[in-house]
Design a protein around this ligand. Structure first.
Ligand code: NDP
Length: 238
């Protein structure tokens, strides 16, 4: 789908996995796409600013650079995320804090910075990449699921605060998606997980990208504070 007016889109962590597929999807629609990234290479035509979502000054500087090149960010996709799985009793403060700081506080830093321009524009789309585990829970994932559940509260509070200013805030909650992370799981574990998914398969990164693009597009202007699962039915009933 080609957009009439190219928009300034910022996707965090677009160097690989789901973030990369999201960036490619917006590029294909004719948007101006930028990313805050730490390492690796980027799709052609993505404006990359090296930065770290755990650092407010770094996020601020990256937004300033992106705004100078592409104009105010109209679509923010907070995708950057990490996992440090560990059983609760063995989980260190560092494992808990790192995951919260990246997945939850990182999204907050980006959303806070993005809304400055969105309020002036009187429009904006904020899409937070959560996980099925946020509301479903996962053993060994107390840190990760807490961070991903927090994104739901964040999107809904942003909606109540800024809904009247043409800004929407939604959550996309992927299930098991074929990425480096899931490919690294032993085949036996992959089979067990597949058996629990009504669709009987893992999802593709492009299926998550499609959901994100929909929420950023003209048909989703009245959808806000929502959680859109892309999980083959794994978490239904959330
Ligand atoms: P990857 O591990 O492949 O990619 C994560 C991305 O986040 C990388 O680009 C990484 O950069 C970036 N990142 C991590 N920490 C920071 C940081 N401090 N500052 C800037 N960028 C950072 O993950 P996926 O593509 O699989 O996942 C993307 C999102 O989707 C994550 O939020 C994840 O939790 C979520 N998700 C993934 C699922 C899956 O099955 N794959 C399922 C449900 C949710 P770098 O390469 O430099 O490390």
């Amino acid at each position: 789908m080609q957009n009439l007016e190219p928009r300034s889109v910022l996707v965090t962590g677009a160097n690989r996995g789901i973030g990369r597929a999201i960036a490619e999807r917006f590029l294909a629609a004719g948007d101006k796409v930028a990313t805050i990234y730490r390492s690796g290479d980027l799709p052609d035509r993505v404006l990359g600013v090296v930065g770290d979502v755990r650092d407010s000054a770094s996020v601020d500087a990256a937004f300033t650079e992106v705004e100078a090149a592409h104009g105010p960010v109209e679509v923010l996709v907070a995708n950057a995320g990490v996992a440090r799985d560990q059983l609760l009793m063995r989980m260190s403060d560092e494992e808990f804090d790192t995951v919260l700081d990246t997945n939850l506080t990182g999204a907050f830093r980006c959303a806070r910075r993005a809304t400055k321009g969105m309020i002036r524009l009187r429009r904006g789309r904020i899409i937070l990449i959560s996980s099925v585990v946020g509301l479903y829970g996962g053993p060994g994932q107390v840190n990760y699921s807490a961070s991903k559940a927090g994104l739901v509260g964040m999107a809904r509070s942003v909606t109540r605060e800024l809904g009247g200013r043409g800004i929407t805030a939604n959550v996309v909650a992927p299930g098991f998606i074929e990425t480096e992370m899931t490919a690294a799981l032993p085949e036996e574990r992959q089979e067990t997980y597949r058996g629990a998914i009504p669709a009987g398969r893992f999802g593709g990164v492009e299926e998550v990208a499609g959901a994100v693009q929909f929420l950023a597009g003209p048909d989703a202007g009245y959808i806000t504070g929502a959680v859109l699962p892309v999980d083959g039915g794994l978490g239904m009933g959330h």
